[in-house]
Design a protein around this ligand. Structure first.
Ligand code: ADP
Length: 271
């Protein structure tokens, strides 16, 4: 089927007045229809993007206000507090909220720089074994309970061309989340060759993510349990950033449940 533009005029008639000849033209307007449809879709995408930006901004304002209120409020209270213990307790609150604010602002800046294409990615050769071992050690030191961080060394070591700072950020965000949501068991990171791509993964034995919410965790500020995430120092942008880093690398990311409980994030990146 094709869209056509058809115009005609009756030219000749028989004795009863019935049309016997029509003169006209038929023009193929399929391309025009396709172009119109493409424009309609582009407009819808622009409107959707505009709506998402406004929602993002509203979220940012709300998220900034919460720790800022705590900082302003408790700083004032400290000035009028005599007891040493109480002062220390309030100072800890101010410190925790300052860190949260800093973390939030850094993530917002990174996210908008990547989205607007202003972030520079410097490619270099990265030895994946070295990177993973370094990440393992760094995160193991941060763990306060007896959860183990394991690097599953693959049979074939890989070197990938990527921006090492961003690749580290990608893995770090996934491992930090695994640490936050795992109370016992282990966190396993690793990578393997998959066709001509690399598949990186971070697996944990933590609380897991309900199936119906798995796709949503990549949305900015989406959290399965907001108050729990906040208590653990989360600002809800970690996975949005991971998704953007993956997008810039023309890769893909997926989340599934770990058969032995917990969550697995699989990231596929071109070598
Ligand atoms: P946050 O700063 O809250 O951790 P993220 O964008 O990194 O934000 O993650 C979004 C949400 O996804 C988290 O609040 C949490 O509910 C869920 N999540 C992410 N990683 C895990 C994980 N490994 N185990 C369980 N839940 C997770």
């Amino acid at each position: 089927y094709k869209w056509v533009d058809l115009k005609g005029v009756a030219q000749e008639f028989d004795e009863r007045g019935k049309v016997t000849k029509v003169l006209g033209f038929i023009a193929d307007i399929q391309k025009r229809r396709d172009d119109e449809q493409a424009l309609i879709e582009a407009k819808q995408r622009a409107e959707e993007s505009d709506r998402l930006k406004s929602a993002f901004l509203a979220n940012v304002s709300h998220e900034i206000r919460t720790p800022l209120n705590a900082i302003v409020g408790f700083s004032e209270v400290i000035a009028h507090t005599e007891g040493e213990c109480e002062r220390e307790e309030y100072l800890d609150i101010v410190k925790a909220n300052s860190n949260l604010l800093l973390h939030l602002i850094n993530d917002i800046l990174d996210l908008s720089r990547i989205e607007s294409g202003k972030m520079e990615f410097i490619d270099e050769n990265i030895q994946m074994d070295e990177l993973c071992e370094e990440l393992r050690q760094m995160h193991q030191m941060r763990i306060k309970n007896d959860v183990k961080v394991i690097f599953e060394r693959p049979a074939v070591s890989l070197t990938i061309v990527s921006d090492s700072h961003r690749l580290r950020q990608l893995y770090s965000n996934l491992i930090s989340n695994a640490i936050k949501y795992t109370e016992k068991g282990s966190i396993t990171l690793g990578y393997k060759l998959k066709g001509n791509m690399m598949e990186g993964y971070v697996r944990d034995t933590g609380s897991g993510i309900p199936k119906e919410l798995r796709e949503r965790v990549f949305e900015p500020f989406f959290r399965v349990d907001k108050s729990r995430s906040r208590k653990l120092g989360g600002v809800g942008l970690g996975l949005a950033l991971v998704r953007e880093i993956v997008r810039v690398h023309d890769g893909s990311i997926a989340v599934r449940s770990n058969p032995s409980g917990g969550t697995v994030f699989d990231v596929i990146l071109p070598l």
